[in-house]
Ligand binder design. Structure first.
Ligand SMILES: [Zn+2]
Length: 414
């Protein structure tokens, strides 16, 4: 039984039929549909010589014991956002399954190193707003005390939702045990953006995940009557915010892959007959280079202060969340580039704007790398998400080649 990339495409379609509806994928973590997807996945393992268990944080592990205890991990996530696409996350799991089958077959059930497949629990954070929940428990970077009280839109607490699935949150830290003997981690994912399609390339090598600076910015001016207040006497908080919303575009454009987004604006009193006295906004800035990110943050603050002054307002900044950029392992980047080149002819290196479980794995000190496959129209987190089937098959082949190279790399290192 050699590698059959077409089987991955068939299984992706089977999963879509089983756990999707006319609005898209419905495998939101800790729901019955998600549990159903996991049960289906487990049934795929039945005739393979693997041990399967769930760790304390709900991550699903299938282990193919090798000659060496040194372990290559392949991963992805079966959970989706509500009304999600058919490939986000589950492509990584099902392509890894095909690679696992190939290793089991080629080496009579005992490859040179141990191969493990992980389906991370709650990568998306779609229900409780906490992304990378399972992989951060694995990495030992989780924030359980902050997370336990999170609630979904129906008021159900995260702590209760995970316990219902059999994973009490107090035991989550035990998931770090799964790091034992981990020698490298590989993850295949759809790009979720338009870069590879624009370049006409099916596959890409992911340099790392961008760091994020996320702030709320409030401009304070003076509410005043829209009819009686002369233009030169106004302290218009929206005007200051609007200037910043335009300025962040040139701040980002100075750097090749940087992005800045002001994604929300609330005005107070927010009526048609009043000058805006208070304007609440948010700013999200991302880059792969920590210095670039810090520089953009500084520039945005300076611009914010300048515009506030120009409009006779004040500004207040507070950090919502931040994470440092994660660079993937240089030796694995080279192996990934070789694999992509062998299958697709050309290789291109690009950073990932979205965060991925691979970033948590890399943070825990395990050498990691990701591969992207082109997303049509760059769309994801929508039922319109799609990738050409021939590209999906190439991606399975390239992941398989990368896994073989990584096994050799692990053997040479140990
Ligand atoms: Zn994903």
């Amino acid at each position: 039984m050699s590698l059959e990339p077409q089987r991955t495409v068939s299984e992706l379609k089977e999963l879509r039929t089983l756990t999707g509806d006319e609005n898209g994928a419905q495998r939101v973590a800790w729901t019955d549909t998600w549990l159903q997807a996991r049960g289906w996945f487990q049934s795929r393992l039945e005739h393979l010589p693997v041990e399967h268990h769930y760790d304390a944080a709900g991550n699903s592990w299938a282990t193919l014991e090798g000659e060496s205890q040194a372990t290559l991990i392949l991963g992805g996530h079966l959970d989706s956002v509500p009304n999600g696409g058919w490939l986000d996350g589950c492509l990584g799991v099902l392509a890894s399954l095909e690679v696992l089958r190939r290793f089991a077959d080629e080496f009579g059930g005992r490859p040179p190193v141990t191969i493990r497949l992980v389906d991370w629990a709650d990568e998306e954070g779609a229900r409780f707003g906490r992304s990378l929940l399972g992989s951060s428990a694995f990495a030992g970077t989780s924030s359980i005390d902050a997370d336990r009280g999170r609630a979904d839109k129906d008021g159900i607490r995260l702590e209760d939702a995970v316990a219902r699935c059999g994973f009490p949150i107090d035991r989550f830290p035990e998931a770090t045990r799964e790091r034992k003997n981990a020698a490298s981690y590989l993850e295949l994912h759809i790009e979720q953006g338009p870069v590879l399609e624009r370049l006409g390339l099916p596959l890409g090598v992911v340099l790392g995940t961008k760091g994020v600076e996320r702030h709320s910015i409030t401009f304070l001016g003076q509410e005043a009557h829209s009819g009686s207040t002369p233009m030169d006497a106004r302290r218009d908080a929206l005007a200051a915010a609007a200037k910043l919303a335009l300025e962040i575009r040139s701040i980002a454009r100075k750097h090749q892959d940087a992005v800045c987004t002001m994604g929300s604006v609330k005005t107070f009193p927010g009526i048609v007959t009043a000058v805006v006295g208070r304007c609440e906004t948010t700013l999200d800035q991302r880059d792969l280079d920590a210095q670039v990110l810090a520089g953009m943050y500084r520039e945005a603050q300076e611009a914010s202060r300048r515009f506030a002054r120009e409009e006779s307002c004040t500004d207040q900044w507070s950090r919502i969340w931040s994470i440092e950029p994660i660079q993937f392992h240089p030796a694995l980047l080279d192996l990934c580039e070789e694999a992509v080149r062998e299958v697709a002819g050309a290789a291109y290196r690009l950073p990932s704007g979205p965060l991925h479980d691979a970033a948590e794995v890399a943070r825990s000190g395990i050498p990691a790398v990701m591969m992207f496959v082109q997303s049509l129209r760059g769309l994801s987190h929508t039922k319109l998400e799609d990738t050409r089937e021939e590209h999906l098959e190439m991606a399975v082949q390239a992941l398989d080649r990368l896994a073989t190279k990584a096994v050799k790399w692990i053997c040479n290192a140990s």
